[in-house]
Design a protein around this ligand. Structure first.
Ligand code: DHB
Length: 394
């Protein structure tokens, strides 16, 4: 098989890149080890920055985010038992959209199908070869057991944090930056009406909780938990009581309860691989970096990488010049590090380590109080949460 661009991974990053390339007349082949249904039903985050929404709508993928998603003009920061609204529209004139990543995936896969894109699902034994040659290759076995090799000009690793592409970079050619956190998120999906009009991020004496949403009838909530907690050990009542305790306050705020139909534990860390390139292979999205979930930057960052990478590949075929491709890693990483800082900041400000001293607990509350009392502090949060322009340079 031959393609100008070979893409490993048909998550949002790989599919969006393939879509943008197709629109520019550059053909690509995408290979993915999971089947469509598995990705479709894997629960991920639910918040899209305005720039991500624009990529989907103005990029010709789908307008469904505008009809089926919900615009959110702010969030609530809750601490000391009281809620403080961060008004994105007032502070920075932007919004985010509540639209689950599964739906982004459905829209992108449908757009590839509609435009006769070449996406191979459920492949196995994927290998990337000859990365520093002029013709990097993807070898894989398809769902029927036939072995193929994709010969391409450019190979893109969009295969997530557990993928093969990053690991194919020789150890001496990449720097790995990471930190781990001593907690995880216990996530649930429940059949209940929304408890509040907007998302609530809360720092309570018992740790963090996030009251998010999916629709008028399905809600998504998370609470900080021990990394080796087993969700099956928790009854519905225990989960609801724990969530409620974390939002309790003198205002009498009460969560609207319902049956819980999904429980998962999310472990998280901060990670950046540098550079996002080895020879003719370029990394995009979680394949190159991971953020903790607080602030929902993962998918948005992946799409921002793809925008930058697309422009670089398009420029290569339009001009024959590699300067944008050569600058991809640096340009993408400038945004990645901003988002790393934002996600780390939100995480550390809102979570409580089990061994935190009274000083550390109160310092975090002082930080939150400072953010909500300051228009400048709130505006930084609003700007970062709703998303920086894709073209952000250093
Ligand atoms: C969701 C997840 C997040 O990490 C976040 O910051 C906001 C929302 C979600 O899954 O709804």
């Amino acid at each position: 098989l031959k393609a100008r661009v070979g893409i490993v991974g048909a998550g949002p990053a790989g599919l969006m890149l393939s879509h943008l390339l197709a629109q520019a007349g550059i053909e690509s082949i995408v290979v993915e080890k999971r089947d469509y249904h598995t990705i479709r039903t894997t629960h991920r985050a639910g918040i899209l920055e305005h720039g991500s929404v624009r990529m989907l709508t103005e990029g010709g993928v789908s307008n469904r985010v505008l009809t089926d998603g919900h615009r959110h003009d702010g969030i609530d920061l809750r601490f000391g038992g009281a809620s403080h609204r961060i008004d994105f529209q007032d502070l920075v004139g932007e919004s985010v959209w509540l639209y689950p990543q599964n739906e982004v995936f459905v829209d992108l896969a449908a757009a590839r199908e509609r435009d006769s894109g070449d996406v191979r699902w459920a492949v196995s034994d994927t290998e990337v070869l000859d990365l520093s040659s002029d013709t990097p290759k993807i070898r894989f076995t398809d769902a029927e057991g036939a072995v193929f090799e994709v010969h391409c000009d450019i190979l893109v690793g969009a295969d997530g944090s557990q993928g093969i592409c990053r690991r194919a970079i020789p150890a001496g050619q990449r720097r790995e930056n990471f930190i781990e956190y001593p907690f995880a998120w216990f996530g649930i999906l429940t059949e209940a009406p929304p408890s509040a009009p907007e998302l609530i991020y809360t720092n309570s004496g018992r740790g963090f909780a996030l009251i998010s949403q999916r629709s008028q009838t399905i809600q998504r909530m998370y609470f900080q938990a021990d990394p080796d907690e087993n969700p099956d050990d928790w009854s519905e009542e225990q989960i609801w009581d724990e969530l409620q305790r974390r939002v309790d306050g003198p205002d009498g705020f009460e969560l609207k309860r319902g049956p819980i139909f999904e429980k998962t534990l999310l472990k998280f860390r901060s990670y950046v691989c540098e550079p996002l390139r080895y020879g003719k292979m370029f990394l995009a999205g979680d394949a190159g970096h991971t953020v903790p979930p607080t602030g929902a930057k993962g998918l948005n960052l992946a799409l921002a990488d793809v925008q930058v990478l697309f422009e670089a590949v398009e420029s290569l075929y339009a001009t024959g010049k590699t300067n944008l491709l050569d600058g991809y890693s640096e340009r993408a990483l400038a945004r990645v590090w901003r988002a790393q800082n934002f996600s780390y900041w939100m995480t550390s400000m809102l979570h409580t380590r089990a061994d935190a001293s009274p000083f550390e607990r109160k310092r975090a509350l002082g930080e939150l109080a400072g953010v909500v009392a300051s228009r400048h502090g709130s505006a930084y949060l609003a700007e970062a949460y709703t998303g920086w322009p894709a073209t952000t340079s250093k």
